[in-house]
Design a protein around this ligand. Structure first.
Ligand code: TZP
Ligand code: MG
Length: 208
């Protein structure tokens, strides 16, 4: 499967303020999102599993890769396209071993050293950030900025997506890091018109 990392949506039901997650994901895909990560931090395993099955169906209709955040067991149970883990999750090599070679494995990094570790230990792509300050992650590290993002991209040959505080206002700046895509929560799911927000972000990313 050739992967388009350009506009990678990470979900957050909190920011939807009661709006339906499946409708939000579908609207975002219609607007131009190229990849979906289901991120759930405070629900039961059963609820995570059931929601994952439903989001997977939506992603499948539009042929958009569907990734599970943190939980290898859920990724395997619902036969997702991949798993995304960070520095405090399962060790990367273990995750790769259990996930198998055919699934995508994403790895969150904040430094070039972590990026190289990711490349050497089984990651398929890297999520680097937070690039800018973000209110969407409680335990977010300090923002790395565009210079370090570029350093991370230049230190590996894996695809790299920037994440954290990315909005229409800074897409053009972040593109200068030469990365493969942008990963966002609030700039899409925090907007009233999710489809339009995704379209604006997709257009901004493609601008010469
Ligand atoms: N990882 C690093 S920053 C972040 C995650 C999950 C949150 C990104 O959310 P937003 O609203 O796009 O800043
Ligand atoms: Mg994690």
């Amino acid at each position: 499967m050739s992967i388009d990392y350009s506009l990678y949506l990470v979900t957050d039901r909190g920011i939807l303020k009661g709006r339906d997650l499946l409708q939000a994901v579908e609207a975002a895909i219609k607007g131009g999102v190229t990849m979906i990560q289901l991120r759930e931090k405070s629900i039961s395993s059963l609820d995570f599993y059931n929601i994952a099955l439903k989001v997977k169906e939506v992603a499948k209709v539009y042929n958009v890769p569907f990734i599970i955040n943190d939980r290898l067991d859920i990724a395997l149970a619902v036969d997702a396209d991949g798993l995304h883990i960070g520095q405090d999750d399962l060790p990367l090599q273990e995750a790769r071993k259990l996930l198998g070679k055919s699934k995508l494995l994403g790895y969150s990094v904040t430094t070039a050293a972590e990026a190289r570790f990711g490349e050497e230990n089984g990651a398929d792509y890297l999520g680097a950030g937070p690039v800018f300050p973000t209110g969407s992650k409680d335990d977010a590290a300090l923002p790395i900025g565009v210079c370090l993002l570029k350093e991370i991209k230049d230190s590996v040959s894996l695809p790299v997506v920037g994440i954290g505080g990315i909005s229409l206002d800074n897409v053009s700046v972040i593109r200068q890091a030469g990365i493969d895509g942008i990963s966002v929560i609030s700039a899409i799911l925090g907007r009233n018109d999710i489809k339009a927000a995704a379209r604006f972000m997709a257009d901004a990313w493609r601008k010469p």
